[in-house]
Design a protein around this ligand. Structure first.
Ligand code: GAR
Length: 199
């Protein structure tokens, strides 16, 4: 079975959309894939309760006790690896990952970013798109590489920016499209991934 591990930090609406797509489109039967675990760096991440309700392992690796990013990433990887992931999905995971972590999951680590990359990597994407006078923005699903919010693009969704828009209004419009594009990108990627066996 190709195990999917999803990392979240907050609401987890993208994670929930992926879990629902996996159920609705029967990824187990169609792709031999299953969402095995949801891991958060914050114990108060709302998405953890949803995962537990779905019978998915939900775990917390709090970043705060770790003195360095490397130490946190090592602990995170140890927790992830217990689930033998074919794919690690960043879904609103708001921690910068070390090059060592990214290398460990090379080719099987994906992210969704709320802009049309390569425009607006980093934070405050909707505010920046507004200020730049963009007529369109959106979301990008991409492979994760060592450079933040770069890496090969797997899929994108485009939304208009409308007169009178606020960053919050744009965020809500983009998020509804994220829930479509992220499961779609993962479903297209799954046939290219290898099953990983627990060691
Ligand atoms: C999403 O909009 C996602 O694109 C963004 O955080 C939100 C998470 O929402 N990710 C980033 O900004 C990553 N740098 P969710 O927790 O409801 O899925």
């Amino acid at each position: 079975m190709k195990n999917i591990v999803i990392l979240i930090s907050g609401g987890g609406s993208n994670m929930a959309a992926i879990v629902r797509a996996a159920q609705r489109d029967d990824w187990r039967q169609r792709h031999g894939a299953v969402v095995r675990a949801v891991i958060s760096n914050r114990a108060d991440a709302r998405g953890l309760a949803f995962a537990r309700e779905q019978g998915i392992a939900a775990e917390v690796v709090d970043h705060k006790p770790f003195a360095t990013r490397e130490a946190f990433d090592d602990a995170l990887a140890a927790t992830i690896d217990r689930h033998a992931p074919a794919l690690v999905v960043l879904a609103g995971f708001m921690r910068i990952l070390t090059p060592g972590f990214v290398a460990r999951y090379a080719g099987r680590l994906v992210n969704i970013h709320p802009s049309l990359l390569p425009a607006f990597p980093g934070l405050h994407t909707h505010q920046r798109a507004l200020e730049a006078g963009c007529r369109f923005t959106g979301a990008t699903v991409h492979q994760v590489t060592a450079e933040l919010d770069h890496g090969p693009i797997l899929d994108q969704a485009v939304v208009p920016i409308l007169a009178g828009d606020t960053p919050e209004a744009i965020a809500a419009r983009v998020l509804t499209q994220e829930h479509i594009v992220y499961p779609r990108a993962i479903a297209q990627l799954l046939p290219r991934l290898q099953e990983v066996h627990a060691s």
